[in-house]
Write a protein that binds this ligand. Structure first.
Ligand SMILES: Nc1ncnc2c1ncn2[C@@H]1O[C@H](COP(=O)(O)OP(=O)(O)O)[C@@H](O)[C@H]1O
Ligand SMILES: [Mg+2]
Length: 266
C-alpha cells in the first residue's frame, strides 16, 4: 500500500491527468507530471512538472526514481515507455495492457478473444485487403486509422468499396480498420477500477451522446434497461480481467436498434 505523503507519477498532462492530480493531492499525495507541453492542464497544477518527451530516457529514469508508483492518463503513451519504467518502479496499467488498447485492430481482436461482441471489422493494410473484403462488411462502413485516432479524427464514412479505396488514400494508406456502421439506439460506457488483488468496482453506467464523433454529453445514471447495464458492467469486467488491468479504465459500448450490446473501444 502506498500511503498519502508519497509521490505519484503521471504520464500525460491532459484533462484526465488534471482530475487525477487534484484527487491525489486532496488525499495528500504529491504528483509529478511528465508531459512535453509546458502549459499542459495537469502540469501547471502538479507539485512538479517534468517537461520532456515520453521517449526521453533520462527524464523517465528521474521520474521512476522519484515516484512510488507511476500511471498514465491516456492510451497513446508508447508501451515501450511503460516497459522502461516497469524495470524501475511500480507501474499501472502495465505496458502489455496498454499495448492491447493502442491499435484498433489489436484491441478489437483482443475483445473478441474474451468472447465479447465487436462490430464486424476487417483490418486494412493495403489495397489488396480492400479488394478481398467480400461480404465480411455491409455498407455503409467506417474506415478508421488503427492508431492515434480520437474524437472521431481519422475516420471516414464509406458507402461502397470505391469509397474505401478513396478513404484509404486520404488517410495516407496507414494501417486502418474498416468497421460496419451500426444503427445506434444509444451509446453507454462503463468506468471501473481494478485493484492489484483483482477486485473490481464500477461507477454507475453512463449514457453518452456523440456529435460528429466527439463526445457531446454524458448523463449518469444511464436510462438503458437495468439488465443491459448489468451486461455492460460484466463485459467491461471481463475485459479488465483479460488485460490484468490495474487502475481505472473505461469501455465504450454501442447498443444497436436490435438491442445488441457491442463493445466499441477501451
Ligand atoms: N461502427 C460504428 N457504427 C456506428 N457509429 C460509430 C461506429 N464507429 C464509431 N461511431 C461513432 O463515432 C464515435 C467515435 O468513434 P470511436 O471509434 O469511439 O473513436 P474515438 O477514438 O474517436 O472515440 C462513436 O462514439 C460513435 O458515436
Ligand atoms: Mg470513442
Amino acid at each position: 500500500m502506498i500511503l498519502p505523503g508519497a509521490t505519484l507519477g503521471m504520464l500525460g498532462g491532459g484533462q484526465l491527468g488534471r482530475m487525477f492530480t487534484t484527487a491525489a493531492q486532496t488525499m495528500g499525495y504529491k504528483v509529478i507530471v511528465l508531459d512535453p507541453d509546458k502549459n499542459s492542464p495537469a502540469g501547471i497544477i502538479a507539485d512538479e512538472h517534468i517537461c520532456a518527451a515520453y521517449t526521453d530516457d533520462s527524464a523517465l529514469a528521474e521520474l521512476a526514481q522519484r515516484c512510488a508508483a507511476i500511471t498514465t492518463e491516456f492510451e497513446n503513451i508508447p508501451a515501450s515507455t511503460l516497459a522502461f519504467l516497469e524495470q524501475r518502479t511500480v507501474v499501472h496499467p502495465s505496458s502489455t495492457a496498454l499495448a492491447s488498447t493502442q491499435n484498433r485492430n489489436v484491441e478489437k481482436s483482443f475483445i473478441r478473444a474474451q468472447g465479447i461482441a465487436t462490430v464486424p471489422f476487417v483490418s486494412i493494410n493495403s489495397t489488396d485487403d480492400i479488394a478481398s473484403i467480400g461480404d465480411q462488411i455491409n455498407f455503409p462502413a467506417i474506415l478508421k486509422v488503427a492508431t492515434f485516432g480520437y474524437d472521431g479524427k481519422g475516420q471516414i464514412v464509406c458507402e461502397d468499396l470505391q469509397a474505401v479505396h478513396k478513404a484509404f488514400e486520404a488517410l495516407g494508406q496507414k494501417e486502418c480498420v474498416l468497421e460496419q456502421r451500426i444503427d445506434l439506439e444509444r451509446e453507454i460506457s462503463v468506468v471501473l477500477a481494478r485493484s492489484q488483488d483483482g477486485q473490481i468496482s464500477a461507477f454507475p453506467v453512463a449514457e453518452n451522446v456523440h456529435i460528429n464523433g466527439i463526445l457531446h454529453s454524458t448523463t449518469v445514471p444511464s436510462i438503458a434497461a437495468e439488465s443491459l447495464q448489468q451486461t455492460a458492467i460484466e463485459m467491461a469486467s471481463t475485459i479488465a480481467e483479460g488485460l490484468r488491468y490495474v487502475g481505472t479504465m473505461a469501455v465504450e459500448f454501442f447498443v444497436s436498434k436490435q438491442g445488441d450490446i457491442i463493445a466499441n473501444e477501451i
